[in-house]
Write a protein that binds this ligand. Structure first.
Ligand code: DIG
Ligand code: MN
Ligand code: MN
Length: 388
């Protein structure tokens, strides 16, 4: 036990599919035995996690009878109680079965879209029964390879129709559930609709009840699009739409690696953790990631331990940043305040516009001013490398 030992209060969660990942990839078979949902709950609780998440079929097989389903749910609920774990987020697997090969909510076939809604309503019931208050939609199959196959505007309309239908279902059932939509630019589809946080935020505003819907940004997915993940999360936070987050790591310009959190791009991971902590994000810290294919089951638990440990190390580094004299002194210099100008700009008025138009600015001197960011960034490097 040290300062970086996870505790329930840190709200770390893992999808059953993460520690249950058996290492299959497009070019190789499984390398690990099954980790059952109950074993995952037990081991993650022992490691200090707060809860787990699941797709419907991570727990209940597609072909389970209602009786089998109820037995499985009863046993799983007992495991959650026995090990003091929460079921935090639910989601529907709308990507594995061949029926979804050309999408679920955006499929050209109305029978597929109708089945996707039916499956989603059943999965929502399951998640609510297990105590979830967040429901994620990751449209992994909502996209194209052949753009001749469907009008992308029609696809967005179908997507909206299905999400609105499920908003109606949740309200009708009086469930206390919020939706979090998870963007990804591609993979498994050649191109996926609503590819990043910005696109998803715009889509959410077109729904019947935008307040009920937020985003679930994932590190690897914004990185796949070459975007700054902390900036994407900041936009969601600032809009009050960060309902959930998928933490992992990713090397640029590669397939979705879903690596252990913080194992790549340490500076990016640091500024993400700093953002979440500075803004008192109180949602779950979900690791949507998996161990390397090289690992056995012991390696899987090292992976899970590492995700949480690195988050806590970076959380401590963020505290040190906020108390670091040289960094804070430099920040005060590079972030000057000007009460008069800030007041003028804060709200338009003819008077403010008139005063602003009379202002004189020495833009040559302003342009020549050195901002000291080299020194500031090196102080961050010193801090992260443990020499500050
Ligand atoms: C992939 O990043 C997706 C699926 O794992 C799941 O539907 C979602 C929930 O975290 N992330
Ligand atoms: Mn991913
Ligand atoms: Mn994810």
């Amino acid at each position: 036990m040290d300062a970086y030992t996870p505790r329930k209060e840190h709200k770390f969660t893992f999808g059953l599919w993460t520690v249950g990942n058996r290492g299959r990839d497009p070019f190789g078979d499984v390398v690990r035995d099954v980790v059952t949902p109950i074993r995952a709950v037990q081991k993650l609780s022992e490691l200090g996690a707060y809860g787990v998440n699941l797709h419907d079929n991570d727990l209940v097989p597609l072909d389970a009878t209602p009786t089998e389903r109820d037995r499985i749910v009863k046993e799983f609920k007992k495991a959650l109680d026995d090990y003091g774990m929460k079921l935090v987020m639910g989601t529907t697997n709308l990507f594995y079965h061949p029926v979804f090969k050309d999408g679920a909510f955006t499929s050209n076939d109305p029978k597929v879209r109708a089945y996707a809604l039916q499956k989603s309503m059943q999965a929502i019931d399951l998640a609510v029964e297990l105590g979830a208050e967040i429901y994620v939609f990751w449209g992994g199959r909502e996209g194209t390879e052949c753009d001749a196959s469907k009008d992308p505007a029609d696809a967005i309309k179908r997507y909206r129709e299905c999400i609105n239908f499920l908003i109606g279902y949740v309200k009708d059932q009086k469930y206390s559930l919020r939706f979090a939509m998870e963007p990804k630019p591609n993979e498994p589809r050649g191109d996926i609709f609503l590819p990043n946080v910005g696109a998803m935020l715009a889509f959410i505003e077109t729904l019947d009840d935008p307040d009920m819907v937020g985003v679930n940004p994932e590190v690897a997915h914004e990185h796949m699009a070459g975007l700054n993940f902390a900036h994407a999360v900041a936009q969601a936070l600032e809009a009050g739409k960060l309902f959930h987050i998928d933490l992992n790591a990713q090397k640029l310009n590669r397939f979705d690696q879903d690596l252990r959190f913080g194992s790549e791009d340490i500076k990016g991971a640091f500024f993400l953790v700093k953002l979440l902590e500075d803004h008192d994000y109180d949602g779950p810290r979900h690791f949507d990631a998996h161990a390397y294919r090289t690992e056995d089951e012991d390696g899987v638990w090292e992976f899970a331990r590492g995700c949480m440990r690195t988050y806590l190390i970076l959380k401590e580094k963020a505290r040190q940043f906020n108390e670091h004299p040289a960094i804070q002194e430099l920040l005060a210099q590079v972030q000057p305040r000007d009460a008069e100008l800030e007041s003028l700009m804060s709200r338009y008025s003819p008077q403010n516009a008139q005063v602003l138009r009379q202002k004189q600015f020495d833009i040559e001197a302003m342009g020549k001013k050195g901002l000291g960011y080299e020194k500031l960034d090196q102080l961050v490097i010193d801090l992260l490398l443990g020499v500050a």
